[in-house]
Structures are given as structure tokens and as C-alpha cells.
Write a protein that binds this ligand. Structure first.
Ligand code: SAM
Length: 202
């Protein structure tokens, strides 16, 4: 395992249980708005039968939201969350049961698998929609991950990536950096007990 991969794994091992709470705290709830817009960008069709794979899907946020949207459209969606970190997968699978998305003894609406973006455990041309939210920056070999995405997507399938970018204004960027470097690591330390994990994430 490369150095970055090992670091990333350690970070998410240590924050998995508090990951969802920290997302709300760090972004003051804004991540919900960004994720809602991502779901709109999937352009799910009404009355369709679709397979969605959420890569680096963590605790399942994107898959759960896509399932709720598909239900509104009267579409059938089978979702799979694939994440490199077994702890995040464990927390996500427990959350799916707790929120009633999966029910014991019933076929799962969303499956959670451990695996990496660079070696997706999926057949060629088998996926309608592939999502990756706040994940691509953690991937060591992005070129390989993008080739894998293309391999598993059906012709005409959709790839939708949600990620941070740079601020258009220098002043906004300064304010954002000050917040990121001075507030997020201590906040992460107070909530998860691991400030260094949030130092890495920033
Ligand atoms: C910031 S979290 C995003 C989780 C989720 N997509 C969300 O938006 O809430 C990043 C996730 O990427 C996963 N990850 C990091 N490197 C990965 C890789 N090479 N392949 C798959 N998942 C990876 C981590 O384990 C972590 O769960």
C-alpha cells in the first residue's frame, strides 16, 4: 500500500463513527445542498430501471439520496456503495438498516462493498450511473480510477463527480483557508478525538 493510501485509510478508520456529524458541523449543513444538486445532475429518468454505483461512497449519503429521488420518480434503482475503508462501509451498512433503507430478511436496496476506485469489483458495461463525491481527491491513481469508471459504465451512462474547487476571489480563498486550517482540525479533534485526521482532510 502506498503512503497516501495508508494515510487515507487511517484517517477514515479513525473518523468513521463521527463522519456524518462532522460533515454537518464543518460545512454548517451546506454539504446537504451540494449533494442535493449532485442528485439533480444525475438526471434520473422516471419509470426506469437503473443501476447506480457510488464510488468512495463512505457512509452512503449519495446512494441514499439517489434512492429517495428514484422512488419519487417511480423508478427502480439498485445502488452499490464501494469504499476502500471497511470502517466507513460498516457504518454505512448499519445506517442503511437504521434508516429503514435496507431491511433484515429483504433484498437490499443498497449494497456496501469494500473496494477501491482503481480496481472496481464490477463487470464491464454494467452500470448506468457512477458517482463519486468528495472522493476523487483521496484517490492515489486518478487516471486508473477514471479508466475503471469508463470500463464499468454502459455506453451513454453518466459519470458525476462532486468535488471542491478553488475560490474565484482571492479574499474568499483567504477566508476559506483561515477557516479550514484554524477551525476544522480543532473541531475534528473535539468531536472525534483525532485532530490530525482533519488536518490531513483539510
Ligand atoms: C470524504 S469521504 C466521502 C464519502 C461520501 N462520498 C460523502 O460524500 O459523504 C472520502 C471517502 O473516500 C474513500 N476512499 C479513499 N480512497 C479511496 C479509493 N482509492 N477507492 C475507494 N474509496 C476511497 C474513503 O475511505 C472515504 O470513505
Amino acid at each position: 500500500m502506498g503512503e497516501k493510501q495508508g494515510l487515507v485509510r487511517g484517517v477514515f478508520d479513525s473518523v468513521a463513527d463521527k463522519y456524518d456529524l462532522m460533515n454537518d458541523l464543518m460545512s454548517a449543513g451546506l454539504h446537504r445542498v451540494w449533494k442535493r444538486r449532485m442528485i439533480e445532475a444525475l438526471h434520473l429518468r422516471p419509470e426506469a430501471d437503473l443501476r447506480l454505483v457510488d464510488v468512495a461512497g463512505g457512509t452512503g449519503d449519495i446512494a441514499f439520496r439517489a434512492l429517495a429521488r428514484a422512488e419519487k420518480l417511480n423508478s427502480t434503482l439498485k445502488a452499490q456503495v464501494i469504499d476502500a475503508n471497511a470502517e466507513m462501509v460498516r457504518v454505512g451498512a448499519a445506517r442503511a438498516l437504521r434508516e429503514g433503507i435496507n431491511q433484515a430478511g429483504e433484498p437490499a436496496q443498497v449494497d456496501f462493498l469494500t473496494g477501491t476506485a482503481e480496481a472496481l469489483p464490477l463487470a464491464d458495461n454494467s452500470v448506468d450511473v457512477l458517482t463519486i463525491a468528495f472522493g476523487i481527491r483521496n484517490v492515489t491513481h486518478r487516471d486508473v480510477a477514471l479508466r475503471e469508471s469508463l470500463r464499468v459504465l454502459k455506453p451513454g451512462g453518466r459519470f458525476v463527480c462532486l468535488e471542491f474547487s478553488h475560490m474565484p476571489s482571492r479574499w474568499l480563498q483567504k477566508a476559506y483557508d483561515a477557516y479550514s486550517f484554524n477551525v476544522i482540525p480543532p473541531m475534528g479533534g473535539a468531536v472525534t478525538g483525532d485532530a490530525s485526521a482533519y488536518q490531513y482532510l483539510v
